[in-house]
Design a protein around this ligand. Structure first.
Ligand SMILES: NC(=O)c1ccc[n+]([C@@H]2O[C@H](COP(=O)([O-])OP(=O)(O)OC[C@H]3O[C@@H](n4cnc5c(N)ncnc54)[C@H](OP(=O)(O)O)[C@@H]3O)[C@@H](O)[C@H]2O)c1
Length: 246
């Protein structure tokens, strides 16, 4: 990169967000990190050159947006808001607390922070702004084994598509929106599962950062999953709901 760019990574304490934050820093970005676990955030700032600031934030609380502005201020402005925060459960028992907390974090929390980042970039037309959010290939179809999770990822994807169109409606050509759709990635989120085709988190982060730096609108990780999704989305609803996939 020629000039120093700044980024916030929300959900940087673990998994994909952690690797993306580290890689952005390695590639010369000035990075601010956020999440709920302060001990990990302080360690990241102390140990990783380029990760320069942190803010403890819970996306499910309304005052998370104050934290976002504090972090933006610490960085002296941002060029990229990267949202990795998310939770999910295999929930065939349809446990209400799991369903609702997933919606709270992945839908309400995501819209709260991404919306605020959009408004920030809208108020700063003098610079290029980018919002990159991790949805999932789980957005493709409703999953009986993870109803709230798959629905929340569809919500995320549609929200990002809407924001993308909104930039056109408002003539905000300086704002770029990226929808990142990984397949299964070996992170604490799916620890203990026996999902097939699990991707390495470092390689996944590298593909994501490459796509983000190219300002791609949709980043599906990886080519095998792109192929899978291509065929998966063609399965008619009447066939899909009869398939026993758990
Ligand atoms: N792993 C996969 O197979 C996979 C596949 C497709 C998509 N994804 C998506 O990728 C994203 C990252 O997942 P991951 O696999 O890296 O999982 P992970 O290792 O469990 O990391 C999740 C991150 O989200 C943060 N987070 C959770 N609740 C939060 C809250 N209320 N407020 C702020 N931050 C919160 C966590 O930080 P704190 O606990 O410190 O708050 C953590 O940093 C998620 O959106 C997930 O749905 C994952």
């Amino acid at each position: 990169m020629n000039s120093i760019h700044s980024a916030i990574v929300m959900g940087a304490t673990s998994g994909i967000g952690l690797e993306v934050a580290r890689l952005l820093a390695l590639r010369g970005w000035k990075v601010g990190v956020a999440g709920r676990r302060e001990e990990i955030l302080t360690k990241m700032v102390a140990e990783t050159e380029g990760i320069v600031a942190y803010e403890v934030m819970d996306v499910t609380t309304p005052h998370a947006i104050d934290g976002l502005h504090k972090l933006i201020h610490k960085l002296g402005g941002i060029d990229l808001y990267f949202h990795s925060s998310g939770i999910g459960y295999h929930n065939t028992s349809l446990e209400a607390s799991k369903e609702l907390s997933t919606i709270e974090t992945n839908c309400l929390g995501m819209a709260r922070l991404v919306g605020e980042a959009f408004r920030y970039f809208e108020q700063h037309p003098e610079q290029t702004g980018q919002i990159a959010v991790i949805s999932s290939i789980a957005r493709t179809k409703g999953l009986g084994a993870a109803p709230a999770y798959s629905a929340s990822k569809r919500f995320t994807s549609h929200y990002l598509e809407s924001l993308c169109q909104l930039t056109r409606i408002k003539g905000l050509r300086h704002i770029h929106i990226s929808d990142i759709r990984p397949g299964f990635v070996k992170t604490p989120l799916i620890e203990g599962s026996n999902f097939p085709m699990q991707l390495d988190v470092t390689k996944t982060a590298a593909l994501i950062v490459a796509g983000v730096e190219r300002k791609k609108a949709v980043i599906t990780v990886n080519w095998l999953y792109r192929l899978l999704v291509f065929f998966w989305q063609m399965i008619p609803r009447c066939v899909w709901v009869r398939m026993s996939i758990s």
